[in-house]
Structures are given as structure tokens and as C-alpha cells.
Design a binder for this molecule. Structure first.
Ligand code: URA
Length: 204
């Protein structure tokens, strides 16, 4: 199996549901970001979503509000999702890091290592079929590679029990609107694959 391995069941504390996981996670002090954050940004959405959208880390707006993707990137993400027929509340939206790195610097490896168990447990509880990975940090981290975004886009990638689509981070699209066409192709691919998976679920 490629990429990050999920923890074995034996190591996993049992969380009843996402609410219980949040209660335990929100006071996390496992890394230095605990001392600079305003809010722990757990993520939000449908607790049994078949699609989980994963970004990099909270920015200033998200840190202030304690909610993922609520700033300019978030507004664009909402539009991208709507364009392929998902409302924000249909999916679950979260990040690799739950706390904002100062000045929005890139996540450090030890911060990612401290934070990933929270994401792993979120995925255990939500049990999605598909992941939409926004940007290189999310994709490289979960798929366990160092590939360029271009090398990961445009196809369905398997990771553990999930099927993943990689696309541009909305912040990158705000800087480079020329990449929007590529993102549109990626999310259409995701929607087609999602519908095909749903079709298999609904068959007797
Ligand atoms: N960028 C991210 O990666 N995540 C957010 O929640 C906001 C901006």
C-alpha cells in the first residue's frame, strides 16, 4: 500500500462520534502551533459524507472563526463545489493541519506528524468513499509522495480505502486564474467517479 498508513485499530482510542473526537481534539497541545492559534479548526460538514475535502491549514479568517475555508479561498471552494452539484453541507471540509501556522507559512513535517492522527480518526468516523485533495501539501502528505501537482492531477488515485482526486488549492487559483480550467476538469472527473461509486452502492 502506498502512502501514509492508517494506525492499527489496537492503537486507536474509541471515539463515539465526531463530536466526541472534537471535544478531545480542541485543546490539543501536541505541537508549537497550539501557542499561536486563536482557534482549533476541526472541520465541518456532513458527518457521514461520502466526499471529504482536505486543504492545507487554516488561514487568518479560519483561525479567527474556528471554521475551515471561510475566507476568500473558501468562497471560491464553495463555488467550485456548487459547480459540480455539491453544497458545502453535503461534504465534510477539513485540513491537514488543524491550527494556523504563523504568517501562513508552510506546515513543518513535525507539525503534520502531530496532527495527522486527528484527520485519520475523522476519516475513520466519517467513512467517505472519496477525498478531494486541494494542493500539493495535502496530496503529498496523504499519498506519501513528493510528486508535482501536475503528476497527480487528472486521474483517480487510491490511498488506503479511499479514492482520491487531486486539484489546485483555491488560493493558487486566486493567484493564477488560468488554472481554473484544469480545476474544472478535475472536479468534473471527481463528480463522475462519485456518481459511479454511488451507483454501485445503490445496486441490489
Ligand atoms: N486554506 C486552507 O488550506 N484551508 C483553509 O481552511 C483555508 C485556507
Amino acid at each position: 500500500m502506498d502512502g501514509l498508513l492508517l494506525e492499527s485499530d489496537a492503537l486507536k482510542p474509541l471515539y463515539r462520534d465526531l463530536e466526541a473526537l472534537y471535544e478531545s481534539a480542541k485543546t490539543c497541545t501536541k505541537c508549537r502551533l497550539a501557542s499561536t492559534r486563536t482557534n482549533f479548526v476541526f472541520g465541518e460538514g456532513n458527518p457521514s459524507a461520502k466526499l471529504v475535502v482536505i486543504g492545507e491549514a487554516p488561514g487568518a479568517d479560519e483561525d479567527a472563526q474556528g471554521r475551515p475555508f471561510v475566507g476568500r479561498s473558501g468562497q471560491l471552494l464553495d463555488k467550485i463545489l456548487v459547480a459540480v452539484g455539491f453544497r458545502r453541507e453535503d461534504v465534510f471540509i477539513c485540513n491537514i493541519l488543524k491550527c494556523r501556522p504563523p504568517q501562513n507559512r508552510n506546515p513543518l513535517q513535525d507539525e503534520i506528524a502531530c496532527c495527522l492522527p486527528w484527520l485519520q480518526r475523522q476519516l475513520d468516523l466519517i467513512e467517505p468513499r472519496m477525498l478531494l485533495l486541494l494542493g500539493r501539501v495535502a496530496a503529498n502528505t496523504l499519498l506519501g509522495n513528493t510528486l508535482s501537482l501536475g503528476a497527480m492531477r487528472g486521474r483517480i488515485l487510491g490511498w488506503n480505502r479511499f479514492e482520491c482526486v487531486v486539484t489546485y488549492h483555491p488560493a493558487a487559483l486566486l493567484r493564477n486564474p488560468n488554472w481554473k480550467r484544469g480545476c474544472w476538469e478535475d472536479v468534473q472527473l471527481m463528480r463522475r467517479h462519485y456518481d459511479a461509486l454511488e451507483g454501485t452502492l445503490n445496486k441490489p
